[in-house]
Ligand binder design. Sequence first.
Ligand SMILES: *Cc1c(COP(=O)(O)O)cnc(C)c1O
Length: 398
Amino acid sequence: MATNNQIDANGYYGNFGGAYIPEILHGSVERLTEAYFAIKDDATFKAEYYDLLKNYVGRPSPLYFAKRLSELYGTNIYLKREDLNHTGAHKINNSLGQILLAKRMGKTRIISETGAGQHGVATATACALMGLECIVFMGKTDVERQFLNVQKMRMLGAKVEAVTSGNMTLKDATNEAIRYWCSNPDSFYIIGSTIGPHPYPDMVAFFQSVISEEIKVQLQEHIGRDYPDYLMACVGGGSNAMGTYYHYLNDERVKIISAEAGGLGIESGESAATIHLGREGIIHGCRTLLMQDEDGQITEPYSISAGLDYPGIGPAHAHFAHTGRTKVHAVTDTEALDAAFELTKLEGIIPAIESAHALALLKKEKNTFKPTDIVVLTVSGRGDKDMDTYVKFFTPNP
Ligand SMILES: *Cc1c(COP(=O)(O)O)cnc(C)c1O
């Protein structure tokens, strides 16, 4: 777990980040920051965390050479298979890291928020494993849309609080979790992406950095060199992408390309393309790019993918897009669906619809690939949860 700490002392990546929190949370966030910086170089913590990643999550996740996909795009494509993790996505890496930290801090109650339910399931799983109380805030609309995940969380022993404010989706669930945290500052809030007040963006990136740590070792084994020409990932709040980029951010040989959710198209008024459309503002504890109207009211985001359907973006991604370190494409629903069916047909892997946004980058960048290039693309999760969406777009064999 080497660090690639791009934040300054106040938790800013350039203009973005910081900790915009109510007074009542200052003490809790300060203690969290101290505890987090203490475990970053703690060998005992690392040993415990890596043991769980190996024996419970099933890491390292494979770096798979996708032969048929590579032929189609005229280059060499390796897929980082976060879809093969326990609970089906990268989220568990972060939930386990934070729960170990919570235990060290002597916390007994975990709170969390979730949109599609993936982070809620990962956190409820970690709480079951550690025997801690778990409350998950989830918009009522999402509770109805993602009922299987709600049932999983309940079976795992979590209390799912259906939030009925606003649009009753992720943004509202997060508001409610923060409200609860203010009245119960002793709870440990496990945030699921590289968002929120400092130290969360840096901490979540750190817990996900195992992804690029493994890529380095695995590329060395596959091709005898530890860096690719391209790294690609999808960005909701930005955690699987930051994990994928972490150990390469300072390596200019590596081109970094992100996918954000273009919904029905960035001109359509129905998208979650925050980097393309957002302006600076403050959401859920940090300064970042934010989809808002002229009066600074947050605009409702839209994407076919519940995991990318968020009006903000992690401050690190706002910063790296701003400085040109990353290139960001807005990928539409249709492009993502096409990419999901293409991967399934060519490689026998049904990706999460979020991950399909990253896969759609291959078509967008095809003309820049050389036959000798190495492309590493993170498949952030598996598609089981998205079958209801996928079946609407294909006709099964009779
Ligand atoms: C939650 C989720 C995402 C989006 O979150 P990030 O923090 O941007 O990684 C992407 N893919 C899957 C499978 C998810 O569950």
